[in-house]
Design a protein around this ligand. Sequence first.
Ligand SMILES: [Ca+2]
Ligand SMILES: [Ca+2]
Length: 222
Amino acid sequence: MLNLLRLGAAAFALAAAATPAAAVVLDFDNYAPASPSNTATTSIYGPIVEDGFRVNSSTCEAPSGGRPVGRCFVTEQRRNSLDPAGASIKTSFAGQIVTVEKLDGSAFMFDSIDIGSRQASNPLAIDFFYTLVDGTIGSMRFDIPTSTAMLFDTYSIAGLGPITSIRFDPFERNGTFQFDNIRLSDVTGAVPEPATWAMMIGGFGLVGGAMRRRRSASAVFA
Ligand SMILES: [Ca+2]
Ligand SMILES: [Ca+2]
């Protein structure tokens, strides 16, 4: 019986392993300018939608510092960009809050984000707030090293469970704070594939059969 239970568990584990979590990278490269110049910036109006996720800015609805309504983000070009061959996202309005959510509002896993700054003097930290599926809000702080070069560092959260949103305020004084490559994935094993279900049901069936046999055997001896 124990062996059959183990077999069932093994089939379940195998099924889970056979279902890789779908992962996406929000690289924002759709906003790469066709003819980049060294100094120009590109304005992004409206929330960014990529790979089933929405990246929104509080400035989309509420303009800050006289900025036009609807201007959500900007991208720097070439020498001021952390991704000169593609695009990275810059926020430069004080109090600007960035949120990342799935379009359908469902839970996802936050794996990592690339953040870069060219802040020579002031140490910089970003507080990330995340909403767990039960509604609890947690936070973590990323310390950004000071640098005079445009550098990307990857920040990840080990062990953070399924979340429904992340929110952060990536403002810094000189406006060279950029983010890129937000790596997100499905909640592992949440939606097994048909083949996985077949394996799981096969495993459960084995366990069920064993339990039925055990029950009838018990009846004989009772
Ligand atoms: Ca992408
Ligand atoms: Ca990019």
